[in-house]
Ligand binder design. Structure first.
Ligand SMILES: [Zn+2]
Length: 299
């Protein structure tokens, strides 16, 4: 029987919520994530916004995707959100005692959606990458999400890709993949190109949407930065392909809806090293992969 699930996709920039039935999103609402460093205020907010949907749809199941390390219902550490040992499921359970609640790393949850309903249905080994405020995702090995020995597998957002004048990451290291490949990384690359330019981009409120707008208007600095950003992404994906030998590489996250990611460049790089048979595509769910994935946790 098809069941309606209350799904929550927590991101560094926004928190997406919805009522999801298998791969269909029946209701959707997005909120700016203003709870960075304020984990204690999140559950009271959820209590306020969810009551209406829970009653309207008679909801008994809730699935949550959240960045960082998740263990036994606890957000052990989410660097970009500054959350530590946040007992999210336990706190929600006190408010919604009848509800079955599950939480998983957001990248893994999104991968589940793709494995169950999307482009990884027939994939043997795959790389699933979500571009957001950070870079999440997971490795799929023999059609299952690879979790590793201590549940920390597939954390490639913090794989170091540069060391010369490398950017500082929220994890404490320098030069991590996500400091270059994320949307925040793209903004930083624009700032770097700007620094050397006579015709700089006004940097005030330079977020993902504004970057897309400037790119669509062919702003030369943004175009140059987008090219560099794509090169960083393509080179890093090639390194991951060398390790995994994937049949599929699927890209997700809001920025993939903008057309700024050059899939052809990734394919070209892969081909140069003999990986021409790899399927490289955008996620079936793009920005909503995390939301559908959060609901899939309850299947
Ligand atoms: Zn890092």
């Amino acid at each position: 029987m098809k069941e309606k699930v209350l799904a929550v996709d927590i991101g560094g920039t926004s928190i997406k919520t919805g009522i999801v039935e298998e791969d269909q999103i029946l209701e959707f609402a997005s909120y700016k994530n203003v709870w960075k460093g304020h984990q204690e205020k999140l559950v009271p907010f959820f209590n306020k916004i969810f009551q209406h949907w829970i009653q309207q749809y008679n909801i008994t199941k809730m699935g949550i995707g959240c960045p960082g390390e998740i263990k036994d219902g606890v957000v052990v550490f989410a660097a970009n959100l500054k959350w530590h040992n946040f007992e999210l499921v336990k706190q929600l359970q006190q408010i919604f005692p009848q509800m079955t609640i599950k939480i998983e790393n957001d990248g893994r949850a999104a991968t589940l959606a793709e494995l169950e309903y999307g482009k990884l249905k027939d994939a043997k080994n795959a790389l699933f990458i979500v571009f957001g405020r950070g870079v999440g995702g997971s490795l799929v090995i023999n059609h299952e999400i690879y979790t590793g020995s201590y549940n920390r597998g597939g954390n490639f957002g913090h794989m170091v890709i540069k060391n010369y004048k490398a950017r500082k990451c929220n994890c404490g290291r320098k030069g991590c993949f996500e400091t270059y490949a994320s949307v925040a990384g793209l903004v930083q690359t624009i700032k770097d190109v700007n620094y050397h330019s006579k015709n700089p981009v006004p940097l005030k409120e330079l977020g993902g949407l504004r970057v897309v707008d400037l790119a669509n208007n062919q702003h030369p600095i943004v175009i140059k930065a987008v090219q560099q950003w794509n090169l960083d992404i393509a080179e890093s994906i090639l390194s991951l392909a060398l390790l995994l030998d994937p049949s599929h590489i699927i890209l997700a996250g809001g920025i993939t809806e903008s057309g700024l990611i050059h899939i052809e460049l990734i394919k070209e790089k892969l081909k140069e090293q003999g990986y021409e048979d790899v399927v490289v595509e955008l996620s079936s769910f793009k920005a909503k992969a995390g939301l559908v994935g959060a609901a899939t946790l309850l299947k």
